[in-house]
Write a protein that binds this ligand. Structure first.
Ligand SMILES: C[S@@+](CC[C@H](N)C(=O)[O-])C[C@H]1O[C@@H](n2cnc3c(N)ncnc32)[C@H](O)[C@@H]1O
Length: 202
């Protein structure tokens, strides 16, 4: 049976304690293929930010960057939060920012999101004109007719199947020719070795 967002967010696969929510800034840069300190965006949004460790490290090193992290679970590190860092407890399935971002990242978070394509389309609309989005995505977890990587590229995304990395430059109006049906939290481990969520479309 496919799960809706509310059921998915209660699933032990999504809300479990075993997943790595503690990646440091160095791991973020490696995962994303991006020197985050050199990028020094004016506004940086990190979706599925986990404990916020990477953002807490980055904030004092990027004092002119406004950093926002969003996670479903309030497992944020209990540290003094620098004034340029905001950590929010919300689901990326329905949260929306009130201003564009120059950088949007999502490190090993899309694996747990139900409507992955819906989120990608919304993220594309949150970028500034020359903003950059980079995230981990295993395209095989998007269960839709046809070649999903082709549909992504048609909408301006770049997809690197070897690194399982998706990216986009510049705000876009993205439309996928699919309807979201629901999520399967019993898809089993993905390439990270952790159980992940498959997303179904017709
Ligand atoms: C593997 S952890 C990665 C955390 C962090 N990016 C890191 O690398 O340290 C995945 C994170 O996605 C979050 N997550 C899953 N579904 C979410 C949703 N619908 N909205 C926001 N966060 C979500 C989980 O709570 C978890 O903290």
């Amino acid at each position: 049976m496919l799960l809706d967002d509310a059921a998915l967010e209660r699933s032990s696969v999504v809300a479990n304690n075993a997943m790595n929510r503690e990646r440091p800034l160095k791991s973020y840069s490696r995962e994303l293929g991006l020197d985050l300190l050199a990028a020094a965006p004016a506004r940086w949004l990190d979706l599925c930010c986990g404990s916020g460790r990477a953002l807490l490290e980055a904030a004092p090193l990027l004092p002119r960057t406004e950093i926002v992290g969003v996670d479903l679970v309030d497992h944020f590190l209990r540290a003094v939060h620098p004034p340029n860092l905001t950590l929010l407890t919300a689901s990326v399935a329905d949260w929306t920012p009130d201003a564009p971002f120059d950088l949007i990242t999502c490190v090993h978070g899309l694996h747990y999101v139900g409507d992955k394509l819906g989120l990608l389309a919304r993220v594309a609309s949150w970028l500034s004109d020359d903003g950059r989005f980079v995230a981990d995505l295993d395209v095989r977890s998007v269960r839709a007719p046809g070649r999903v990587s082709t549909r992504l590229r048609e909408q301006g995304f770049e997809y690197d199947p070897r690194r399982r990395r998706i990216s986009l430059t510049g705000r876009r109006d993205v439309r996928f020719p699919y309807r979201y049906l629901g999520a399967d939290d019993k898809a089993g481990p993905n390439y990270t070795g952790q159980p992940a969520v498959d997303s179904f479309y017709e």
